[in-house]
Every structure is written in structure tokens, then in C-alpha cells.
Design a protein around this ligand. Structure first.
Ligand SMILES: [Zn+2]
Length: 441
């Protein structure tokens, strides 16, 4: 089934009719603080663009055969007239790439920021789904070379809780029932300390809960980390209660994107709406893009009933409860999470982060296990400033290197050297892999 938004002008009309250009620009440029959210979007469907995006898949399989499939917009998305991922055409290859644009354009890598309604209008004919960061940054962050994780520039954060549906979407009543049960778990907990400061919205594929950024303006970085600790705790309650169709992921990191209110979903004709009642009492039609009307979410004084819950008197209990939460979950406590970001923070702020040798040992062990368990990534310890995560897949290594450009080569070399050591000690690396051969050369 084709999307009803098969023409860029329809998206522009949707945005203008519902005043989303003003809503998004004021949400991304809040008056209450001298800081901004950054924005992003998935591109509008265009046949020529589908062709432009398509490229050879260079993934290598177990037998060192290069895939040779084509990395392209999948057929089902072409049929629907949406672009949000690239998938490999070879059914045996599972290469997958999410498409999201965070910059002004392909030539100008300043980060996108909706500072005015006109700026939103400008992108309204280029994008389909629109996003804003949870974190609020000093304006300098838009410079191309500045990293989101630069702690000095993080001024505040909407603490986010992302409840995902594992399969299908919110129109499925079984999914919606589990979503509501998961919201209940989260609300029950939040009501004990910040009952008037969190806001709920859908993303089309699930539900997102946002704690207002005016509560989180001090020690932002570590508070995000502590919030993740609370989320891990909440997700374990979800599991204990046998709720299987959802999951809650610890996603509070600098630069993390949440959908903007009224934004179309990137794939389905669903829309991001505020949730102010029980999901099971809502009509399926209300989640559909075609029925969106911003005026349904205004009170008698025309005030928007979205991201409107904020009681700064609850700030103290937010910080207190998150502090206590560390004791409940030491492996996701403040010090451990600060340690997790240590290298990047030091790199971007030039401020040394101190840990006792006991902490170093403890956190490193925990993090090696945790990153593996949650994200499938392992951390590779390096001496060069920076951070390296890697996965080993089909005799290949996928490496993420966070470091200055000058240090990347050095780190790669270090990785190579330590891979040899690790190989000798633990016998976990495949020296015959093409990737490894390339490194050794
Ligand atoms: Zn492939």
C-alpha cells in the first residue's frame, strides 16, 4: 500500500496546516534555556534518489566471497514510496543501513537546527520523518567538527524512555496492550518522584516518555547515565511481569534522536502524537497520519497538550531517586557510566576523568560484559586517546573508532598489535580473516 504522503507538497501542507513549523522550531529552540536541540530527517521518496542511493554491497561471507549484491531501498519500501533504510538484495546477506540526515546538506556538514519556522518549511519538502535530539547543547555544537558528546556543550537533556514494539506496530491490539502495561510500569515508578514532569508520546512504532529538560540542567551527562540505570531496572520489571511484546532500552546518550510531535512515521502512515490517556481506550484511527489534527491536542485556552508537564520543584526528587537507583544497580551507576564515556569525554573536553584503580578494574569488567550483552559490541582498550568498539562477524571485524582523525591510524595499528596478543592468549580472533590480513599488511 502506498503512503498517502507520496508528494513533498503534501508533507509541507501537513506541517503548515498543523503549525508544526512553529511547534518544531520552538521545541528545538526553547525560550527557557540558552541552548538548542539538533534536528534530523529521513528523506522524502524520489525515484531518482532511490537510484542514487543504491550501491554495491562489499560484505564478505564466511568463505571470503564478496556479497556482490546491491545495497538498495528494499522493494516493500519502494512500493510504499518511503526511504528509510538500505538493505542488501542478496537474501543471504543481512547488510542493513539506516538512512537519516543530520546535516544542512551533503556539502555543508553544519548540523541541522530548526531555529525558525522558515527553516522547517525549507526541509518540509525534503524529508518525511523529522526528529530532535533529547540533549540540548550550546549553539557552538552545530559546527561540523564539534562532537555531540562534548560535555562542556551539553546544557540540559530531556531524559528519554523509549518503549519499542518488537514486531509490527501500534495498530495491533496485542502490541498496544503490552505497550500500555509497560507504560504502567514506568508511570508507577515515575509517579513516586516526578509525577508532574514527564510527557508521553507515540513514535508510531512504540511509545516515548520524556522527562522535561528543565529538571535536568545540572550534571547533565551523569544524570543521563543514571537514567539509563533506572531504565535497565524498569526493563527487568517488565520481563519479570511476563510482558513480551515490548522492550525498554537505555538510550540516553548525547545526540540521541526522538521523533517530533506530528511527524509522520518513517515507514508507516502513522503519526507521532501526545498520549494523555490509556492507549486501550484510544481508537486505532487516532494513530493514523491521515487523521492527525494538532487542535485535538490543545486545551480550552489553545495551549498545546504536549511536552507541557514540568514542575521544577520535582528536580530535587529526580536527582535523589536517580542517586538511590545507583545503589540498586551498581553496574549502571553513575561512576560506572561516567567511566563508560570516559575516553570520549576526555578527548572532547581535555579534562581528565579520575578513577581509583579499584574502580577502573571493576567498571572495565562490568562494561565488557554489559556492552556485549546489550549492544553486541565489545570494547577494545587502547592507549591512544579515544574509544574503540568492535564486533566480530563472519571472520570480519566491524570497528567503531571514536578519536581525532590524526589518531585513527595509530589506533588501527594498536588494534592490530593487540589482536595478535589476544589471539595468543584467548584464541578468539581469526588471523586468516581478510580484515586481519589487511591490517597486517
Ligand atoms: Zn550484501
Amino acid at each position: 500500500m502506498k503512503t498517502i504522503f507520496d508528494n513533498p507538497l503534501k508533507i509541507l501542507e501537513h506541517i503548515r496546516k498543523n503549525n508544526l513549523n512553529e511547534i518544531w522550531s520552538s521545541y528545538s529552540t526553547p525560550k527557557s534555556i540558552d541552548a538548542i536541540r539538533l534536528n534530523a530527517y529521513t528523506p522524502i521518496y524520489e525515484e531518482s534518489y532511490v537510484k542514487y542511493l543504491s550501491k554495491k554491497c562489499t560484505r564478505m561471507d564466511k568463505n571470503k566471497v564478496i556479497c556482490n549484491g546491491t545495497l538498495q531501498v528494499p522493494e516493500e519500501d519502494i512500493e510504499r514510496n518511503v526511504i528509510h533504510t538500505l538493505k542488501c538484495s542478496n537474501p543471504k546477506c543481512r547488510k542493513y543501513k539506516r538512512i537519516i540526515y543530520r546535516w544542512i546538506n551533503s556539502k555543508d556538514k553544519h548540523k541541522l537546527h530548526f531555529n525558525t519556522p522558515e527553516k522547517v518549511d525549507e526541509y518540509a519538502t525534503q524529508g518525511r520523518a523529522f526528529y530532535g535530539t533529547l540533549s540540548l547543547h550550546d549553539k557552538q555544537v552545530i559546527q561540523p567538527k564539534v562532537q555531540y558528546v562534548n560535555e562542556k556543550l551539553i546544557k540540559a537533556c530531556s531524559l528519554g524512555i523509549d518503549i519499542d514494539i518488537k514486531s509490527g506496530n501500534i495498530l495491533d491490539l496485542n502490541n498496544r496492550e503490552d505497550l500500555q502495561k509497560t507504560i504502567d510500569i514506568v508511570s508507577e515508578e515515575l509517579n513516586t518522584f516526578i509525577p508532574n514532569s514527564y510527557n508521553i508520546q507515540t513514535s508510531g512504532n512504540g511509545v516515548q516518555i520524556l522527562v522535561h529538560h528543565n529538571l535536568c540542567r545540572v550534571n547533565v551527562f551523569e544524570t543521563m547515565a543514571k537514567m539509563n540505570g533506572l531504565i535497565i531496572h524498569l526493563d527487568s520489571i517488565r520481563k519479570e511481569k511476563g510482558i513480551t511484546k515490548t522492550k525498554i532500552d537505555p538510550l540516553n546518550t548525547p545526540g540521541r534522536l526522538f521523533k517530533l510531535i506530528g511527524s509522520p512515521h518513517q515507514k508507516y502512515d502513522l503519526v507521532c502524537i501526545p498520549i494523555n490517556e490509556n492507549l486501550m481506550k484510544m481508537e486505532s484511527n487516532e494513530f493514523k497520519l491521515e487523521n492527525f489534527n494538532i487542535n485535538k491536542y490543545r486545551d480550552d485556552n489553545k495551549k498545546l497538550l504536549f511536552y507541557n508537564k514540568c514542575d521544577v520543584n520535582e528536580t530535587k526528587s529526580l536527582y535523589e531517586v536517580l542517586d538511590k537507583n545507583i545503589i540498586k544497580h551498581p553496574e549502571w551507576g553513575e561512576r560506572a557510566l561516567r567511566y563508560k564515556f570516559k575516553d570520549v569525554v576526555e578527548l572532547t573536553t581535555n579534562q581528565k576523568q579520575d578513577f581509583t584503580p579499584e574502580e577502573e578494574l571493576e567498571f572495565q569488567n562490568q562494561i565488557d560484559e554489559e556492552t556485549d550483552r546489550i549492544f553486541g559490541w565489545k570494547k577494545f582498550n587502547i592507549e591512544t586517546p579515544g574509544r574503540v568498539h568492535y564486533k566480530e562477524k563472519e571472520n570480519n571485524f566491524i570497528i567503531q573508532i571514536y578519536a581525532s582523525d590524526n589518531d585513527k591510524q595509530k589506533i588501527l595499528k594498536e588494534f592490530k598489535n593487540k589482536v595478535i596478543d589476544t589471539k595468543l592468549q584467548h584464541n578468539t580472533f581469526n588471523l586468516e580473516s581478510e580484515f586481519f590480513k589487511k591490517l597486517v599488511r
